[in-house]
Design a protein around this ligand. Structure first.
Ligand code: UT7
Length: 335
C-alpha cells in the first residue's frame, strides 16, 4: 500500500463581485440580514460573456494546481470532477476538462455530492492512489450557481447564499508513512434528499410536465432549501464526522492545526469551532468573500489558507463538509 498526498492546489473565481447591496436591488433583502444570518458580504457571479462555465473555471483552477505540483497534464492518470451545476445535463464536467486540457484518454469521473462533493472526490482519489492503480489524480470542485438561482424575492432564502468558483487539488502517490491523506470518512442520509434539492428538470420532472403542472411563475427549476432543518443537521453531522476522523487516527481536537469547513454558513463554522475549542487561527473561513460555492468551497479555502502560509509541513489539516443528500464527510491530512 502506498500513501497519498496533496501535491498541488489552485483556485479560480470569476472577477464579477456581487455585494449584498447589489442583491437588494433585485430582491427584497438587505446587507444586515445576510451578514447576520450567514456572514456573507459578497460573492462572485459569472457574467454573461466573460467566457466562464463550470468546466472552464475547473480548468483554470486545475492549471494552477498542476503547475504547483510540478506536473503536466501528461502526468495525470485520472480526473475526478465534483459539481452540482454541470455545463450540460450529461455528460459531466470531467470529460469536458479532459478535452479542454488536451489530455490523453484518461478516465474522468463525475461526483454528484453537492457540498460534500470535494471531500467525496478526495476520498475517491485517495483510494485509487493508495491501492497503486493511479499515481496522480486531478480532483476538481467547480460550481456555476448564479446561472440557476431564482434572483427574485421568492428565492431570497437560497439565492443570497450561493456563489460561483472552482478549486482543484492534485492527489499524488507517496511513500512517506504517517503523512498525507491519513483517512477519509463519508456518510449519506437519503431520507432527507428533498430538504435541499433541485427537482427539475429531471426524469421525475421533465420539462413539458413541469410547464404543464406549474403556473409559469412557479416552475421548480430553482433550488429548494429547508434552511433551518439543514442548519440543525449540519452542526450535528459536522461534529460527528470530524470526531470520527480524529478517533480513527487516535487524535483529538487538540491536535488540529487547521480546520477547513465547507463554507455553508459562517454561523455553522463558528458553532463547530466552538465545539472543538479551536482558535480563530485554527479555522479558515472565506464565505465572507465568496458565499457558499458548494463543491468548490473547500478547495478554494484550502488553497487560500495554504497560499497565506497558514498550513505548514507536518500540520494536521481537517476537511469537513455537509450538504444536500444529505451527505457529509471528513478528510484527515498530515501535511
Ligand atoms: O451548503 C449546504 C448546506 N446549507 C446550509 O448549511 C444552509 C443552512 N441554513 C442556513 O444557513 C439558514 O437557515 C439560512 C441562512 C438559509 C436562513 O436563515 P434562517 O435564520 O434559518 O432564516 P429563515 O429561513 O428562518 O427566515 C427568517 C425570516 C423569514 O421571514 P419571516 O417569515 O420571519 O417574516 C424569511 O422570509 O427571514 C426571511 N428571509 C430573508 N429576509 C431578508 C429569508 N431570506 C431572506 C433574505 N433577506 N435573503
Amino acid at each position: 500500500m502506498y500513501t497519498s498526498k496533496i501535491s498541488g492546489l489552485g483556485y479560480y473565481v470569476p472577477e464579477n463581485v456581487v455585494t449584498n447591496d447589489d442583491l437588494s436591488k433585485v430582491m427584497d433583502t438587505n446587507d444586515a440580514w445576510i451578514q447576520e444570518r450567514t456572514g456573507i458580504k459578497e460573492r462572485r457571479h459569472i457574467k454573461k460573456g466573460d467566457g466562464n462555465s463550470t468546466s472552464i473555471m475547473g480548468v483554470k483552477a486545475a492549471e494552477i494546481a498542476l503547475e504547483r505540483a510540478n506536473l503536466t497534464t501528461d502526468d495525470i492518470d485520472f480526473i475526478v470532477f465534483a459539481t452540482l451545476s454541470p455545463d450540460m445535463y450529461f455528460p459531466g464536467g470531467g470529460v469536458r476538462v479532459q478535452d479542454m486540457m488536451n489530455m490523453s484518454t484518461v478516465p474522468a469521473l463525475d461526483v454528484r455530492n453537492q457540498c460534500s462533493g470535494f471531500v467525496y472526490a478526495i476520498s475517491v482519489a485517495d483510494q485509487f492512489v493508495k491501492t497503486g492503480m493511479y499515481k496522480n489524480v486531478l480532483v476538481i470542485g467547480s460550481e456555476n450557481h448564479s446561472g440557476g438561482l431564482d434572483m427574485t424575492t421568492r428565492g431570497r432564502g437560497v439565492s443570497v447564499i450561493f456563489g460561483d468558483g472552482a478549486g482543484a487539488a492534485v492527489v499524488t502517490r507517496s511513500e512517506e508513512k504517517g503523512s498525507g491523506i491519513l483517512s477519509t470518512h463519508l456518510h449519506s442520509e437519503g431520507a432527507h434528499a428533498k430538504e435541499l434539492s433541485l427537482e427539475g428538470p429531471s426524469t421525475e420532472h421533465w420539462v413539458p410536465e413541469i410547464i404543464a403542472e406549474n403556473p409559469q411563475e412557479d416552475i421548480p427549476y430553482y433550488p429548494y432549501m429547508n434552511g433551518q432543518f439543514v442548519f440543525k443537521n449540519a452542526v450535528v453531522r459536522f461534529s460527528e464526522v470530524i470526531n470520527e476522523g480524529l478517533q480513527a487516527n487516535n487524535l483529538s481536537a487538540a491536535d488540529i492545526d487547521m480546520l477547513i469547513p465547507h463554507q455553508a454558513n459562517l454561523r455553522i463554522s463558528q458553532f463547530v469551532q466552538k465545539q472543538f475549542q479551536l482558535s480563530d487561527d485554527q479555522v479558515y473561513n472565506n464565505i465572507q468573500k465568496y458565499g457558499n460555492t458548494t463543491a468548490a468551497s473547500i478547495p478554494i479555502a484550502l488553497t487560500e489558507a495554504w497560499e497565506a502560509g497558514k498550513i505548514k509541513k507536518g500540520d494536521l489539516v481537517v476537511l469537513a463538509a455537509f450538504g444536500s443528500g444529505f451527505t457529509w464527510g471528513s478528510a484527515i491530512i498530515r501535511w
